[in-house]
Design a protein around this ligand. Structure first.
Ligand SMILES: CSCCC(=O)C(=O)COP(=O)(O)O
Ligand SMILES: [Mg+2]
Length: 227
């Protein structure tokens, strides 16, 4: 079946898990308390603090209690939409100050450009917030990759392990699921995408991850994917 669009995950797929865990998460963790104290009264931050409390089922909590809960969520790598929105706001400063650049695997930029040249439309679907995704690719260690993407999706579209999220993405990009290839390192995400009718590609960047027969077409890197 012809592929017309590719939707890619970030962490573990275009980019290393280590960069997210060892650079981005600690950066946000260190700055979150001061960020909330300084910006906690702005409507956007207030909205996401309220959403985080709602997600935790908390009716009344001090700002300090919310901060402590968010720090725990960072440690747990909780894929909370509210936490991801706040993390994205904190990471903006780091990118703009040049404290880090986002990691992308070496073959990814050229392969994305080749797919664009073939006429494919490229999209991102990550647990990171859409503003965080845009910053990530704008400030990558291979330069500004933002112009390669036609759109971005995060968990405001829905959880990554639910088929309905992929159906919503297909509708938003006006493409039939069978013509969309979803790339991820997480089998449960690929299962959900396949249940929605997408084609799937499993990035197995660490061969040690593989055990038994892969349940999705598996690739060690983007260059191995033929579209
Ligand atoms: C937008 S980069 C930050 C990555 C992040 O916070 C995250 O949770 C990555 O999850 P993914 O869905 O890309 O595996
Ligand atoms: Mg991933």
């Amino acid at each position: 079946m012809e592929i017309r669009a590719i939707v890619t995950d970030i962490e573990g797929t275009t980019s290393s898990i280590d960069f997210v865990r060892d650079v981005l998460f600690p950066y946000a963790r260190k700055r979150l308390p001061a960020f909330v104290e300084t910006h906690g009264d702005t409507p956007e931050v207030q909205h996401w603090l309220h959403e985080a409390a709602k997600e935790a089922g908390i009716i009344e909590a001090s700002r300090q209690e919310i901060i402590e809960m968010l720090l725990r969520w960072i440690d747990e790598d909780r894929k909370s939409t509210a936490l991801k929105a706040l993390q994205g706001m904190i990471w903006k400063d780091g990118y703009e100050a040049g404290d880090y650049r986002a990691h992308v695997y070496p073959e990814v930029p050229a392969r994305l450009r080749a797919w664009r040249a073939q006429g494919l439309k490229l999209y991102v679907y990550s647990s990171g917030s859409v503003p965080a995704q845009k910053l990530f690719f704008r400030h990558s260690d291979a330069g500004d990759l933002g112009p390669l993407f036609a759109g971005y999706f995060d968990t405001q579209t829905g959880p990554k392990r639910e088929a309905a999220s992929y159906a919503a993405i297909a509708e938003a990009i006006d493409e039939q699921p069978a013509h969309i290839l979803f790339l991820s390192d997480i089998v449960q995400e690929l299962d959900a995408a396949r249940a929605a009718g997408f084609q799937t590609g499993w990035l197995l960047r660490d061969p040690a991850q593989a055990s038994g027969t892969p349940t999705h077409p598996a690739y060690p890197d983007f260059d191995a994917i033929t579209v």
